[in-house]
Design a protein around this ligand. Structure first.
Ligand code: TXA
Ligand code: MG
Length: 328
């Protein structure tokens, strides 16, 4: 009942052109009516996000899609049927009515149906598709609890819909269907292997492409204030000896240095658990005024691919054993 009241309030605010943080299974989003350019502009302002970086539009049903896109390729349809509601975003050719501000002037629009009952209700009650970049200042880690949103954007937004901690913890997988072949723009909550098992091989955009077509594909992103180092080995640990260091471990931590604090992502080595803990764990380390965070690599398969993508961007370390994946 309390939730329903909060959803109603949030929907009213969206209808009146306000901005509301909302929960999803991946991370919290910062929402506004996708067809209200003034409200969308405020989302960019509050996030301090450059206008050249387009937004994802969230829908609650297939009827909303008709307002946004001209046609849906059959592969996209198959994936939507399989993974929606869920952490998959598809980039499709947009209708002229979709404001250019939302898509940064691109001929395409990114769409997803989030798997969170409060937000599906919110979209239905507000009666419009809702834009939703992650609810964090541009370039910083995405929020996975309402508390994270409150800490960073609290005073500047109209409402925070608290739906508890996010289940998946890394952002959606983004796939583009704007060319002949489908292309992975960002690894995320739906593993590439699961997508390829349905539609076959998907193109992977090289990370050092000269000019990214989605401007959000910036190499440095998801970054805490404390420097994160990803590619380190015991060899170069000597130079860190006098520093206050935190360790972001995947499973059991190795104690070859005196770490100030250790965060373990998943004792069992479970990718889902590790992804769900990732941003919270980095935030906790970031709050400790450390000199440095050393992060352990995780195997690059399944959700491990999304985790490594976020760690690389957070650490600005761009060498990828994959030959360079991707995006955003
Ligand atoms: O899980 C998620 O996707 C979360 C939750 C809130 O839904 N949202 C999210 O939004 O991660 P954001 O704005 O932080 O990241 C969306 C990325 C941006 O980097 C943007 O560049 C890319 O999607 N994007 C949006 N529209 C696009 C388009 N038309 N073509 C290519 N990339 C696009
Ligand atoms: Mg983001």
């Amino acid at each position: 009942m309390k939730d329903m009241e909060a959803i109603r309030q949030a929907a009213e605010i969206i209808k009146r052109g306000g901005i509301v943080a909302f929960p999803t299974e991946t991370v919290y989003g910062l929402g506004a009516d996708a067809f209200n350019p003034l409200a969308v502009a405020r989302v960019f302002e509050v996030k301090r996000r450059p206008y050249f970086d387009p937004l994802i539009v969230h829908v609650a049903g297939y009827a909303d899609l008709e307002k946004l896109v001209i046609e849906i390729p059959s592969d996209a349809k198959r994936l939507m049927e399989r993974f929606w509601p869920g952490p998959l975003t598809v980039v499709l050719l947009k209708r002229a009515e979709v404001p250019d501000l939302v898509t940064a002037g691109l001929p395409t629009v990114a769409i997803r149906m989030p798997k969170h009952v409060m937000t599906l209700n919110l979209i239905q009650l507000a009666n419009c598709p809702i834009v939703g970049p992650s609810a964090n200042p541009f370039g910083y880690l995405s929020p996975t609890t309402a508390e994270h949103v409150r800490d960073q954007l609290g005073g500047q937004i109209d409402f925070i819909l608290d739906g508890g901690p996010c289940e998946v913890g890394v952002e959606s997988t983004i796939l583009s269907f704007s060319e002949k072949k489908s292309r992975l723009l960002r690894p995320g909550g739906v593993p590439l292997e699961e997508i390829e098992s349905i539609i076959g091989k998907v193109e992977i955009r090289p990370i050092n492409e000269e000019r990214p077509s989605a401007p959000g594909m910036l190499p440095r992103h998801y970054a805490p204030r404390t420097p994160i180092v990803l590619d380190w080995s015991k060899k170069n640990l000597d130079s860190y000896r006098d520093k206050k260091i935190g360790l972001l471990a995947f499973q059991e931590p190795k104690n070859f240095l005196k770490f100030h604090q250790i965060e373990v992502l998943s004792k069992k080595g479970d990718f889902r658990e590790a992804a769900a803990n990732l941003f919270s764990a980095i935030r906790r380390l970031d709050a400790l005024n450390l000199d440095l965070i050393l992060a352990e690599s995780v195997p690059e398969k399944g959700l491990g691919r999304a985790i490594m993508d976020r760690l690389r961007r957070a650490s600005q370390s761009l060498t990828s054993p994959l030959g360079g994946c991707v995006a955003i």
